[in-house]
Design a protein around this ligand. Structure first.
Ligand SMILES: *Cc1c(COP(=O)(O)O)cnc(C)c1O
Length: 438
């Protein structure tokens, strides 16, 4: 972008100046509206999410046997939600209400939020192929997918994906387990251990010196040349999005079991780390369906990769990248190192997302250290992006006024930080993160 064009954009959208200066920034969405009003614009429905629940239930007997760590949950890939009172004392008295953590960092199979969408999309593709070949019906016991016959069948097909690491991990592991040939196109940010782990599962890993956008483009091209290859499109996939959306009703069920109330008098604020947007977008959609207007969804991005804030704030969506403004997309939060947001997610969700903020890498490391020390919970840097959210919301009277929150409501609020990854980080790598935090 030419400097004159950037100056013009800043005149119209003044916060861009702060984004370019890499300052921690927040923007509360003046166009957010009620679920009832926004829903017709999303293009997906409760029915779509219900079908995703049903599909995951069909696959549960397969998952339980293929991944024994899910046997206890009978093949359901789900994470705990826990209060983090010691961490809250760190932030005291700036946060009113209760501080909780959703531990998608510790989801089985791949240790990140990508164990929702990534795995769901591969299962959807596998089911479609097996139905079409007459090998499977919805009423079958899906543990038959573990048989050599199915591995032979799936080995005729391949799957490809571009990733900063965690999506590749999820899709690689589940695809290889079913018998697919699978290629993961990894951006330069991807950690070495993720590539090594994938190779140990028999996954073909292609490495790029460039960022996520390039890895996706190259993956898309390679897949287009092979009619039997299915490309998982992280930037545009509605299937991935629905895999994430299932989290909403599941969280509601967990809160019900814990006796935790969410309603107008007890609002729920959820803070979601955002890369390309599919993960947090899908989860936010599921949350809005499950909790209605009692839930507020806030996206968090690194100061060096504020692609979704930029896209929704300007209305340009995937028509602008942070690099167009000279922002470098270099961050320790490798899962969030995305320069151009999903246009599909931004457009579908722009009336449902309540706010966006950016956070500095140093803040992520500091909070990574605190959470490990206070709660004994170890996360990767990306997963801390949501941890700054409660203070930003609690301290912003403009936001309280915008939504008409009373002090009573805020005192009874739950602040839920969505921890998106870190459960499978090797000990030496984690020691390195903790040393940086100190
Ligand atoms: C991928 C990822 C996210 C964000 O998901 P997107 O779909 O890219 O927005 C957040 N945290 C971690 C750890 C991730 O791997």
């Amino acid at each position: 972008m030419k400097n004159a064009d950037i100056q013009k954009l800043i005149q119209q959208f003044p916060l861009i100046e702060q984004l370019i200066a890499l300052k921690e920034t927040q923007w509360f969405n003046p166009n957010s509206t009620s679920v009832a009003r926004a829903l017709p614009h999303v293009g997906l429905t409760q029915q779509d999410v219900s079908e995703a629940h049903a599909r995951l239930a069909r696959f549960a007997p397969f998952i339980a046997q293929a991944f024994p760590e899910t046997a206890a949950s009978r093949g359901m890939i789900e994470s705990d939600v826990v209060p983090i009172p010691a961490m809250q004392r760190r932030f005291s008295p700036d946060i009113t209400g209760e501080l909780w953590l959703k531990k998608d960092s510790h989801l089985p199979i791949s240790g990140s939020i990508k164990a929702r969408g990534g795995i769901y999309e591969v299962l959807t593709h596998a089911e479609k192929l097996a139905f079409a070949a007459g090998l499977l019906t919805p009423d079958d016991d899906y543990s038959k997918l573990l048989s050599p016959e199915f591995a032979r069948f799936f080995s005729q097909y391949s799957i490809a994906v571009g990733s900063t690491g965690n999506l590749g991990l999820s899709i690689g592991i589940i695809s290889a387990r079913l018998g697919f040939h699978v290629t993961v196109h990894m951006s330069a940010d991807a950690r070495a251990w993720k590539k090594a782990l994938l190779r140990s599962h028999g996954v073909n890993v292609v490495e790029y010196a460039e960022d996520y956008g390039v890895a996706v483009e190259q993956g898309r091209k390679a897949a287009a040349a092979d009619a039997n290859c299915f490309f998982i499109d992280d930037e545009n996939s509605r299937t991935l999005f629905l895999g994430y959306a299932v989290a909403g009703q599941r969280l509601k069920d967990q809160f019900t079991r814990l006796g935790k109330v969410v309603d107008n008098a007890h609002p729920l604020f959820v803070y979601l780390p955002c890369g390309v947007g599919g993960g947090p977008g899908g989860v936010a959609f599921g949350l809005k369906l499950a909790f209605g207007d009692a839930v507020h969804c806030i996206f968090a991005e690194p100061t060096h990769s504020p692609c979704m804030l930029l896209g929704v704030y300007t209305g340009l969506h995937d028509g602008i990248a942070v690099q167009d403004l000279g922002i470098d997309n270099q961050t320790a939060a490798d899962g969030l190192a995305v320069g151009r947001a999903s246009g599909f997610v931004g457009r579908a969700m722009e009336r449902l997302l309540d706010g966006f903020y950016t956070v500095d890498d140093n803040t992520l490391y500091q909070q990574l250290g605190w959470l490990a020390q206070e709660e004994g919970i170890q996360l990767e840097p990306s997963a801390l992006a949501g941890m700054s959210g409660p203070q930003r919301i609690c301290s912003n009277s403009g936001y309280h006024q915008l939504h008409g929150f009373s002090p009573e409501q805020l005192a009874q609020a739950t602040h839920l930080v969505w921890a998106t990854g870190g459960g499978m980080v090797p000990a030496d790598e984690m020691a390195h993160y903790l040393a940086k935090a100190r």
